[in-house]
Design a protein around this ligand. Structure first.
Ligand code: NAD
Length: 261
């Protein structure tokens, strides 16, 4: 992948899992990457690894669920790297499986605050900065559970569905002005988030439409790929996360990829 030279990207929740892989992939392709995470040490580790591989990145501590943190994160990108062109609103959390009739109300608020409100706050401050830079692209990290249900995960499923709607509105409002907004819906990927809940998810995905949405009986994996001689070792995602790259890279006006979900 190439074509990100001169671009500045934010990846939220970039300190682990999918966000880490996305941040490293963007940096390997030439972008300057702001790795944000609620865990600063995790973001700093990823930045160190990007720098060691010859890329450019900076770490920023931000809680996606706090509007002001999103505003400061965007300001950091502009102050540190000169502009903002790309954003991957990836930070997300789950909750312990439980049926709606017994659902912990605080868990509902906690998941929605990160997985839905956090993406709205990101868009709210990223879009003006990307417009000011002359245009760019945003990818919101939904899930297969943004289009199908799964038992005992009401807050996550509802937030990821709502995130798809939010993405559609952003696309309608800003694509003509040069900011394309898309959502991707990965299946299960073997990350810390899924490791803590996979057995429950596996049990339930065999019931209902979720079973058909996750055809493999095991999660996808993140792995290391050795690029050709002289290039850097980067993390790359398997599974459908790769679709993000078909909608992210082309930030110029000749893009063949309209906003889509
Ligand atoms: N792993 C999967 O199977 C899968 C499938 C579909 C969608 N997703 C989505 O992909 C995204 C990343 O998930 P992952 O599996 O890589 O998880 P992960 O737990 O490996 O990484 C999530 C990162 O987000 C950070 N984070 C958590 N709360 C935050 C907050 N409030 N503000 C900022 N950062 C915060 C964590 O510290 C962590 O570094 C999530 O939105 C998740 O819903 C994951």
């Amino acid at each position: 992948m190439s074509g990100f030279e001169g671009k500045v990207a934010i990846v939220t929740g970039g300190g682990s899992g999918i966000g880490e892989a996305v941040a490293k992939e963007l940096a390997a392709a030439g972008a300057s990457v702001v790795v944000t995470d609620i865990k600063l040490d995790a973001a700093q580790r990823v930045v160190s690894e990007i720098a060691a591989a010859g890329g450019t990145a900076s770490a920023f501590e931000a809680n996606s669920a706090v509007a002001g943190d999103n505003e400061r994160m965007v300001q950091h990108a502009v102050d540190t790297h000169g502009a903002l062109h790309l954003a991957v609103n990836n930070a997300g959390i789950g909750a312990a499986p439980q049926p709606i009739g017994e659902y912990d109300v605080e868990a509902w608020d906690r998941v929605r605050a990160v997985d839905l409100d956090g993406v709205f706050y990101g868009l709210r401050y990223e879009i003006p900065a990307i417009l000011a830079a002359g245009g760019g692209a945003i990818v919101n990290m939904s899930s297969v559970l943004g289009s199908v249900g799964i038992a005992q995960n009401a807050a996550y499923v509802a937030s990821k569905h709502a995130l798809v709607g939010l993405t559609k509105v952003a696309a309608l409002e800003y694509t003509a002005q040069g900011v394309r907004t898309n959502a991707v819906g990965p299946g299960f990927i073997d990350t810390p988030l899924v490791r803590s809940s996979l057995s429950a998810a596996s049990r339930h995905r065999r019931r209902g439409r979720g079973a058909r949405a996750v055809p493999a009986e095991r999660p996808g994996v993140l792995h290391q790929r050795q690029l050709p001689p002289g290039r850097r070792r980067v993390q790359r995602t398997l599974s459908r996360v790769g679709r993000a790259w078909s909608v992210l890279p082309t930030t110029d006006a000749r893009s063949h990829f309209p906003s889509q979900v």
